[in-house]
Design a protein around this ligand. Structure first.
Ligand code: IPE
Ligand code: IPE
Ligand code: MG
Length: 235
């Protein structure tokens, strides 16, 4: 494939509706969503994408019933434990974006182990946005700069876009070239607000558990047909 996006980010939406259509509990949909995700990580790595970021749990998702929230985190643990060896074998480096260190200690422990295991891998960087909010991320960045300013190490007029970027959760990860959202919802829902300034957006009606590697390839083909201008003149 030519002109491959280096960084693909996905809002994995539609698990609940997928389950509802089958008269199953919402968690059944989240479970199928994890199965879809595993195949997409493999496909992204095979295609040669460098960074894949997926939105797994937002800072707003705490509004959901406790049973669903704890079920989502339980599924995440089960899948990370089940898939870690294969991710590692495939040279995948796991990253977590968001306020994850205050989550349940069992979740934190599993994540820390997975991060440690894969930290030297040089293949696909697989970033999970967990307890993530784009506004929250910006608040963290701005606070870090304000602390420097308050300590007299930085003058407000010296603050640049680059400095805000450098204080986000994963400063070394380039902005997403392509952001995909499934399930027919046409919004960002607080995902990568700063980083998606010039991302190409692709929306599909496919519900996340039905999103296959072919759907990913289709989204990439759509991306490849776009003219990215970044504010410049059309040639
Ligand atoms: C996305 O699926 C997964 C998470 C937000 C964790 P939803 O659970 O939002 O599915 P719908 O939107 O209700 O169908
Ligand atoms: C966005 O989906 C968050 C994740 C996919 C984790 P939501 O289903 O929570 O978003 P809204 O509520 O439809 O905007
Ligand atoms: Mg949803």
């Amino acid at each position: 494939m030519t002109r491959l996006p280096a960084h693909v980010a996905i809002v994995m939406d539609g698990n609940g509706r997928w389950a509802k259509m089958r008269n199953k509990p919402r968690l059944f949909g989240h479970n199928e969503g994890m199965e879809a995700l595993i195949k997409i990580v493999r496909a992204a790595s095979d295609i040669g994408i460098s960074y894949l970021t997926v939105y797994a749990f937002s800072t707003e998702n705490w509004k959901r019933p406790l049973e669903e929230v704890s079920g989502i985190f339980r599924l995440l643990l089960v899948y990370i434990e089940r898939e870690l060896a294969e991710l590692h074998r495939n040279n995948v480096k796991l990253r977590i974006l968001g306020d994850w260190k205050n989550l349940d200690p069992a979740v934190v422990k599993t994540l820390e182990n997975a991060l440690e295991t894969t930290k030297d891998n040089t293949g696909l960087q697989f970033c999970i946005a967990l307890n993530y909010g784009g506004r929250n991320e910006l608040v963290h960045s701005v606070r870090a700069l304000a602390e420097k300013a308050a300590a007299g190490e930085l003058k407000p007029e010296e603050i640049t876009e680059e400095m805000i970027s450098q204080n986000l959760y994963a400063p070394d990860v380039p902005d997403p070239d392509l952001v995909i959202r499934t399930s027919g919802e046409i919004r960002l829902s607080n995902f990568l607000l700063w980083q998606s300034a010039y991302s190409e957006l692709v929306f599909t009606d496919v519900l996340w558990p039905d999103f296959t590697p072919e759907c990913l390839e289709k989204a990439i083909t759509e991306y490849q047909s776009r003219s990215r201008l970044f504010g410049g003149a059309r040639s």
